[in-house]
Ligand binder design. Structure first.
Ligand SMILES: [Zn+2]
Length: 279
């Protein structure tokens, strides 16, 4: 039995997919009054069937999305993007600064992670990548590594947003650059009712405390504004500036990549208070 998507704002639905620490939220967003829609984030690998089933219940079996938009290309957000994009025959979009990670394969994987530079400067991989993921990938037998990286590369289906051109498939939404958790992280914002789909720039569950992490992995949580997980965040200074940028939008609904979406009149206030104390 599939998951039924919950509506958190007009035309904005979500489901939580994946298991254990790979659990993440996926958003289905209707475009205006039209029957077209867009998928935001794609959970971890092998969640395609569940996401497709929820989408069909919302929009019908013959209405694929116009696009898949990714907040960032971590495996718990981009894991099923390739499978879904191929099945739906639709493009995947990311911020230009995230594109190299989306298309990396065995020819440039380590170079991409170790020498990453954007207009904001040079980036250093976060603790989990540096101490665990990259060494593990390096230790894999060559052929196995090639197959694994080819299977996760979005080459062929992914494109970058064009800055200043509006968001593909969602004309009433803006994308907000929120670098820090990853170099090209973005959030998605609908100014008309101030709905924010924040990815991992700002969460509603505290993955940085043992208790928060435990409650979350047991699938229990009360929404509470929290920063991105430290072990997968590239740059704290940039992440902090991005939280400030989000606070200035005064979101009425905060829908993060993990945790229950937060709604209600105190949301903007809670986000501002968090931005003030975030270190
Ligand atoms: Zn992430």
């Amino acid at each position: 039995m599939g998951l039924q998507a919950r509506e958190i704002a007009a035309g904005v639905f979500y489901i939580e997919t994946g298991k254990g620490i790979m659990r993440s939220n996926v958003y289905f967003v209707r475009s205006g009054s039209a029957s077209s829609w867009v998928l935001i984030d794609s959970a971890s690998a092998h969640c395609g069937p569940l996401i497709r089933e929820a989408a069909e219940a919302l929009f019908g079996a013959k209405t694929p999305p116009t696009a898949i938009l990714l907040t960032h290309v971590h495996p718990d957000h981009a894991g099923s993007a390739l499978e879904l994009a191929q099945g739906w025959n639709c493009p995947v979009y990311v911020h230009p600064d995230e594109l190299p990670f989306a298309t990396a394969d065995s020819s440039n994987f380590f170079a991409t992670y170790h020498n990453y530079t954007t207009a904001a400067g040079r980036w250093t991989p976060p603790p989990l990548d540096k101490w665990l993921i990259l060494p593990l990938v390096r230790a894999m037998p060559g052929r196995k590594r090639e197959v694994m990286l080819a299977g996760s590369s979005l080459k062929g289906v992914v494109r970058a947003f064009e800055p200043g051109k509006g968001l593909p498939g969602l004309p009433e939404w803006d994308y907000i650059p929120t670098p820090g958790h990853t170099p090209g992280h973005v959030a998605f914002f609908r100014p008309a009712d101030r709905v924010l789909i924040a990815g991992d720039a700002l969460l509603t569950i505290n993955l940085n405390s043992a208790k928060g992490f435990l409650l979350w992995s047991l699938s229990r949580n009360n929404p509470r504004v929290s920063g991105p997980p430290w072990y997968t965040t590239w740059c704290w200074q940039a992440a902090k500036e991005s939280v400030g940028r989000i606070a200035r939008l005064e979101p009425r609904i905060l829908a993060g990549g993990h945790g229950l979406p937060m709604t209600g009149p105190s949301t903007a206030c809670d986000v501002r208070a968090f931005a003030g104390r975030f270190r």
